[in-house]
Ligand binder design. Structure first.
Ligand SMILES: Cc1cc2nc3c(=O)[nH]c(=O)nc-3n(C[C@H](O)[C@H](O)[C@H](O)COP(=O)(O)OP(=O)(O)OC[C@H]3O[C@@H](n4cnc5c(N)ncnc54)[C@H](O)[C@@H]3O)c2cc1C
Ligand code: FES
Length: 228
């Protein structure tokens, strides 16, 4: 399927396993014919029993697999976390714009489930420094997916521990965290979130206002730089 000049595939992928990582679940799927794409791109996963698919960032791409780290916050994500080995999930992707990887001094910054795209991104950038923030120690168990990262737990925030000269920041996390990072590092690449129905520009369900401009996040993002 050609979407905006890029190629995304749609395929039923077998579940290899679903492993707990703190309060999250790492859902491992057979890769099939799908490309893992550029870090920061996302896939639409059909959740059993739900009409609309759910957007998920690729977390890891070991040989022959695609793995997604999922926070069970609602019915769709809970259904995905409960999948058992051998079940099949319909997956569309990779979609959207990923991170620009042509950087001199990358620094990864993530909050909560914003850690999801970081392991695959870290691998592509040859394991740069990373700063991770979590609400609780239990959520912080997910930091094991990014060995060597600086980890803070609330009330400390990732912005409390950013170096004075942070370099090329690539960030993913809740909106207030992204706004705070952008205030400190205006050139940071930020991966934003919005509820999505189609994932490829057709439904206008993901329109968000960022820095005074309306954007379809699935095709203009999810990674935006300079809020441009
Ligand atoms: C590009 C992209 C990548 C994502 N990657 C991941 C990932 O790797 N791991 C992960 O766990 N989640 C990720 N998400 C978020 C995930 O898609 C949603 O949490 C999921 O769709 C919620 O579905 P649900 O049926 O469980 O809950 P719902 O019942 O749909 O939603 C529960 C609550 O969350 C709100 N909500 C739902 N989706 C979003 C959203 N995208 N942004 C803000 N609020 C929302 C709803 O309004 C509602 O209040 C990503 C979202 C986007 C847009
Ligand atoms: S999710 Fe349909 S236009 Fe973005």
């Amino acid at each position: 399927m050609s979407l905006g000049g890029r190629f995304a595939g749609r395929q039923g992928l077998a579940v290899v396993g679903a492993e707990p990582v703190g309060p999250y679940t790492l859902l491992r799927l057979e890769r099939g014919q799908l490309e893992p794409g550029i870090p920061g791109q996302f896939f639409m996963l059909e959740a059993p029993g739900r009409v609309l698919p759910r957007p998920m960032s690729l977390c890891q791409a070991p040989p022959g697999e695609l793995a997604f780290l999922i926070d069970p916050i609602g019915p769709g994500t809970r259904a995905l976390c409960e999948l058992k080995a051998g079940r099949t999930v319909l997956v569309l992707g990779p979609l959207g714009n990923g991170f620009d990887l042509d950087l001199e001094r990358p620094l990864l910054v993530a909050g909560g489930i914003g850690i999801a795209p970081m392991p695959y991104l870290a691998e592509a950038l040859r394991h740069p420094p990373a700063v991770l923030g979590f609400r609780t120690e239990r959520h912080a168990e997910a930091a094991r997916l990014l060995p060597g990262a600086t980890v803070v737990v609330e009330p400390r925030l990732v912005t409390d521990v950013l170096p004075h000269d942070p370099g090329d920041v690539l960030a993913c996390g809740p909106e207030p965290m992204l706004e705070a990072v952008r205030a400190l590092v205006p050139r940071a690449q930020l991966a934003w979130e919005a509820p999505m129905a189609c994932g490829f520009g057709a439904c206008y369900g993901c329109v968000v206002e960022i820095a005074g401009r309306y954007r379809r996040l699935c095709v203009d993002g999810p990674v935006l730089r300079d809020a441009a």
